[in-house]
Design a binder for this molecule. Sequence first.
Ligand SMILES: C[S@@+](CC[C@H](N)C(=O)[O-])C[C@H]1O[C@@H](n2cnc3c(N)ncnc32)[C@H](O)[C@@H]1O
Length: 248
Amino acid sequence: MEDGKPDDRLLELLALEGSEQVLDAGCGSGFHSLLIARHLPRGRVVATDVSTEMLDRLRRNAAAAGLADRVEPVLGDGQHLAQPDGSMDRAVSVAVWHHLDDPRQAGRELARVLRPGGRAVVIDLEVVPAKKTAPGEGPRPTLRRSDMRGILEDAGLTSVRVETLGRWLIGAGTRRRSRRAEGGSRCGVAPQRDFQVRHRLAGSMAAGAGRRRRVMVREQAFERSGPSGRPPCGWSRAWTPRTAWSSR
Ligand SMILES: C[S@@+](CC[C@H](N)C(=O)[O-])C[C@H]1O[C@@H](n2cnc3c(N)ncnc32)[C@H](O)[C@@H]1O
């Protein structure tokens, strides 16, 4: 891979400890599968591709590098992975998305196979608007930074970062550990907790007034709405307020 050092950055972002299960979706002849496998003395790379010819090359390359026991070639489409939910510690896809009909679906699949806390790294060519593709040159890069970010975020990954390195876009994101641990909402604040904070504030305001009087307390809970079933961050119209007034 030319143009800067995306391979070094890939390894930095993967932060391997040596025993991970790593998916390489669209592995080709295995350049990145083998790069990663060298850092996995106790782990394994599941290397998938739609091309049997590429997988044969990968097998030969892995054997020549003495890494055959750390690399498992699997025939499969990156948009419909066969791996079970939550089965991978890391998932990578390098220079593949511009070949795909539906990179969004590929992003969702990477996120699906990650265990909670697992990380995906995607590298692909950044679109260059002025580029003219010669006949027979192959698929054109189609991704912008915002596309990469949107796909990873819509797939449900958190802490998404997108960088440009030469002509490469590098996107990374982490599968959230659990909804419950993060407070049950996308922004990490439980509706119930938020209600309690407001309620307490109202009470202390009444106490500070230093006299007996009726205080109107606005109790507000927020319910999910919208087709995704996932609330956005902050107070938003996508949340439906349920308001009850009571006197204390
Ligand atoms: C440019 S090569 C990149 C190979 C490898 N990731 C690398 O960086 O060296 C693109 C690879 O994506 C594979 N590919 C294309 N469409 C795919 C799909 N739907 N699912 C999985 N792999 C796909 C091709 O067979 C090819 O091996």
